[in-house]
Design a protein around this ligand. Structure first.
Ligand code: GLP
Length: 234
């Protein structure tokens, strides 16, 4: 794993953006694995503001809440529309459908999407408990796209986006850990003291399903973009 230490969210955004530009420049149909949350927002802002040409690019999102309609402001569909899809036009976009009647079939469909469009660069944030996507501690390293019950810690961390605690969804559909590990390259973004414990485990702890992000140490091409605050427990 390579580690790039930055001093601000602006520096993180520039570094991440430059890497995306490089991938888009060198491949005929690049596939970007997209993440939600605050961490990638600066990168998406630069993509919007620079009117990045993504007409040849396919996106595949990591996860979506279950039972939150796509047009609801808290859905990840809506987040992606506001951040990117309403501003720049991709060749194709894919997100899991958290409203699907048959969620097991939806998981299989999403794995087929990933088979058809193998991810060239997966963007990842990291949960305070070390989750990636919505793969909570205890998720099998061999998991594929699946339905997961969110932990109280994750619901609490994501509470800031919702009006009331009880509005925070209890379940999500997420690419599995094995699905994420198939990406050719991975860029993980971790800023601030809230991520310090997860980052310490990621870099120094045992590789264990108790901290899903630790599996990334077995991936051949991972870049972690982080800051001194997130590294403060290392
Ligand atoms: C959510 C998302 C994750 C994201 C995490 C961290 O749980 N499902 O994909 O990495 O939040 O979010 P943030 O970047 O806001 O800290």
């Amino acid at each position: 794993m390579k580690i790039l230490i930055v001093n601000s969210n602006e520096e993180l955004a520039k570094a991440g953006y430059n890497w995306i530009v490089e991938i888009l420049r060198t491949q005929s149909t690049p596939v970007l694995g997209m993440a939600t949350g605050s961490s990638p927002m600066g990168i998406y802002k630069l993509m919007r503001e620079n009117h990045l040409d993504v007409s040849h690019t396919v996106t595949v999102n990591l996860d979506e809440y279950i039972n939150v309609p796509a047009n609801h402001e808290n859905s990840y569909h809506c987040f992606m529309k506001k951040q990117l899809f309403d501003h720049i036009s991709f060749k194709k976009i894919f997100l899991p459908n958290g409203m699907a009647e048959n969620l097991q079939e939806e998981c299989l469909r999403y794995e087929q999407v990933l088979d058809e469009y193998p991810v060239d660069l997966q963007i990842l944030g990291i949960g305070e408990n070390g989750h990636i996507g919505f793969n909570e501690p205890g998720t099998s390293f061999s998991s594929r796209t699946h339905v997961i019950q969110l932990t109280e810690s994750t619901r609490h961390a994501n509470r800031r986006f919702f009006n009331h605690e009880h509005d925070v969804p209890t379940h999500a559909i997420t690419m599995g850990i094995a699905s994420i590990m198939k990406a050719k390259r991975i860029m993980l973004l971790a800023m601030g003291t809230a991520k310090a414990s997860a980052v310490r485990q990621l870099l120094e702890g045992p590789i264990t399903e108790k901290c899903p992000a630790t599996i990334l140490r077995e991936h051949p091409d991972v870049l972690i973009i982080t800051d001194q605050q997130a590294l403060s427990l290392c």
